[in-house]
Design a protein around this ligand. Structure first.
Ligand SMILES: [Zn+2]
Length: 370
């Protein structure tokens, strides 16, 4: 089938003016999805409108359809003051620019800078950033991060190797990826891919003074301790994190372990050496081991911990490893605070962190704060 050459009318390329009944139906329905695709003019008023205009519906015999604002104007009509159809093309132009920027981000091997993106779509960085955020609701950087996260997740779940997934997602090097992987995946890439495959665990929910608590353990030791307000949400999160594991409810003997964990929450300074089965990257394991050396009733900053593992410049990575701690209280990440003493974040809620530190401070009054 051959097609007659058309005059370039980019804003209306999918509008067929022959299909006037469909266009009229869009006007009757005030269907905003057609805005920007065509406009209609009303002979009796001399104005032209976007399909969604809220003005009183004109009589069909007075209405004509136009591919674009300029064509309506060429036919002698002026833009409606109410629906301002001539401003749609501007918005559509922005949407096209933003879409173009999204495609650049998605296909780039390395995340382009804001200046590069803005230059590619011929806008100032400031203006580009603003219209991107207005159109998508997020910044270009957040979009890029979300995109990479999706690519990595998709590819790891397809069974691709970590290295391949990292390169395909556009991370510059796997080093850069590993530094961010806790942010992106919530756990190390290898652990994510496994999703607990081959692991068998029991779990139980209990109530403690800080709310609901979930304890899960493999045959080797405790693999998860989490706290929250909603027991069902904790259970769902466990099944989500270990979606490939065999998870069953704890038997009677399991209750003893749960009681020990609850006791630890009630007296977080107590010196209870619970068996743990926590999986993480070598770096995470190193950080978690360092956390266990912070004495009850004292706190350390992220950079203190970084120094203690002889990696003084990795305070940010330490913070990520703290955030990835799978076992609340048993690995006392609640004892890590900002350099100025502020509590910063806690995976299980900042109020619980404050309560744990308060309990340690009051039950160990003889300890000196560092
Ligand atoms: Zn109008």
């Amino acid at each position: 089938m051959t097609r007659a050459p058309r005059i370039a009318k980019p804003k209306s390329k999918d509008v067929k003016l022959t299909d006037v009944n469909r266009l009229w139906a869009a006007v009757v329905a005030r269907d905003a999805t057609h805005d920007g695709r065509f406009v209609y003019s009303v002979a009796t008023t001399g104005v032209y409108c976007r399909p969604s205009c809220a003005s009183r519906l004109a009589r069909r015999e007075n209405v004509r359809f136009h591919d674009s604002c300029s064509m309506a104007e060429a036919a002698g009509f002026r833009a409606c003051q109410r629906c301002k159809p001539d401003q749609i093309s501007l918005q559509n132009g922005y949407a096209a620019k933003v879409t173009q920027a999204c495609r650049i981000i998605e296909t780039a091997m390395v995340m382009p800078t804001l200046a590069d993106l803005a230059a590619a779509i011929e806008m100032s960085p400031f203006h580009f950033h603003r219209i991107f955020k207005t159109t998508t609701g997020i910044t270009p950087k957040a979009y890029a991060t979300a995109h990479r996260r999706k690519v990595v997740r998709d590819q790891l779940s397809k069974g691709q190797s970590v290295t391949e997934a990292v390169y395909d997602s556009g991370f510059h090097s796997s080093g850069g990826f590993y530094a961010q992987s806790t942010d992106l995946l919530g756990m190390s890439p290898t652990a994510f891919r496994k999703c607990g495959a081959g692991m068998r665990m029991q779990f139980a929910l209990a109530h403690c003074s800080l709310g609901e608590i979930l304890v899960a353990a493999t045959g080797r030791g405790i693999c998860a301790i989490s706290m929250g307000d909603d027991a069902e949400a904790l259970r769902r999160d466990l099944h989500h994190r270990f979606s490939d594991a065999q998870i069953s409810s704890g038997d009677k003997s399991f209750n003893k372990l749960v009681a020990q964990v609850v006791a630890l929450v009630e007296r977080p300074g107590g010196n209870m050496d619970l068996p743990l089965d926590v999986r993480g990257t070598a770096f995470q394991q190193q950080v978690w081991a360092a956390l266990k050396k912070i004495r009850p009733g004292t706190t350390a900053s992220y950079s203190d911990v970084a120094k203690s593992i002889a990696q003084p410049s990795s305070a940010r990575a330490v913070a990520l490893a703290c955030g990835a701690n799978p076992v609340a209280v048993a690995i006392p990440c609640h004892r890590v605070v900002k350099s100025d003493g502020a509590l910063s974040g806690y995976r299980w809620g900042i109020e619980r962190k404050r309560a744990l530190l308060d309990r340690e401070a009051t039950s160990k009054p003889s300890r000196t704060k560092k």
